[in-house]
Design a protein around this ligand. Structure first.
Ligand SMILES: [Zn+2]
Ligand SMILES: [Zn+2]
Length: 132
């Protein structure tokens, strides 16, 4: 939870960077109507959490944030939303959270857990919510 303890300035910077856009419904909102949602590790998940802080949260409007918890939206689908970020956004978010990928770290494509997750996350997020 450490990266969210001092939310104020970073949270504001994330909202500005993402242009006040909810990452699920893609609508724009005033900063006060957006929240940083923490993507929690799957219970009993054996692979360690990614060290990359930008993979561990979503910027959501109040409605979508409520739905994420109410459904609850599976972690693999939450990570789909993270993957929609452009490379520039990812890079800026990493800088914002003081994260420097280690040079010897394998690229995302070598992360077997994520490849596995991607195979099962092709269904539509909207459909999933409608059927919730
Ligand atoms: Zn939303
Ligand atoms: Zn949340």
């Amino acid at each position: 939870m450490s990266i969210f303890r001092t939310t104020g300035k970073r949270e504001q910077a994330v909202k500005t960077l993402l242009e006040g856009r909810c990452e699920w419904c893609d609508e724009q909102f005033a900063a006060s109507r957006l929240v940083l949602h923490r993507i929690l590790p799957e219970p009993g998940h054996r692979t360690p959490e990614s060290p990359d802080p930008q993979k561990r949260f979503l910027l959501l409007c109040h409605q979508c944030h409520r739905d994420v918890h109410r459904i609850p939206l599976p972690r693999i689908l939450q990570k789909d939303l993270v993957r929609k970020r452009s490379p520039e956004i990812r890079k800026t978010l990493r800088i914002l959270f003081d994260y420097t990928p280690k040079p010897y770290e394998p690229p995302d494509t070598a992360d077997f857990a994520e490849i596995y997750e991607e195979c099962f996350s092709l269904r539509s997020l909207d459909l999933f919510r409608a059927g919730g």
